[in-house]
Design a protein around this ligand. Structure first.
Ligand SMILES: [Zn+2]
Length: 117
């Protein structure tokens, strides 16, 4: 949180297992936090870039989201067509052209196999 140095998640796990709680940045000593938007965080610039990308978007592929947390849960309303890949059903499944209830990694491994990639 101090210097924006990025670590692999395994570093946080290693520190946690070594009793360093919360895990710390080895550069500045600041607390490590996941690189995601947490509740009450301001939306990142990625969110606004995603909104821009949705303008004129022909197909939105939702991967690994319950689509139940706003404002991201509003994004499907901006999509013309949608594919949803999520382990659990979402409120938008009936609006999607395709839904797959499975792990994203398994979905893409199968897709790559079908496409012989
Ligand atoms: Zn740091």
């Amino acid at each position: 949180m101090g210097c924006n140095h990025k670590y692999d998640f395994s570093e946080a796990v290693r520190q946690f297992e070594d009793g360093i709680v919360p895990p710390r940045c080895e550069t500045c000593g600041g607390i490590l936090r996941p690189d995601v938007v947490l509740f009450e965080d301001p939306m990142s610039s990625d969110y606004y870039r995603a909104l821009e990308a949705l303008e004129g978007c022909e197909l939105l592929m939702v991967v690994g989201s319950s689509l139940q947390v706003y404002p991201v849960a509003d994004m499907p309303y901006l999509a013309r067509q949608m594919v949803i890949i999520n382990k659990e059903p979402t409120p938008f499944d009936s609006r999607a052209a395709v839904t797959a209830h499975c792990k994203a990694g398994e979905f893409f491994e199968e897709l790559a196999s079908i496409l012989k990639l």
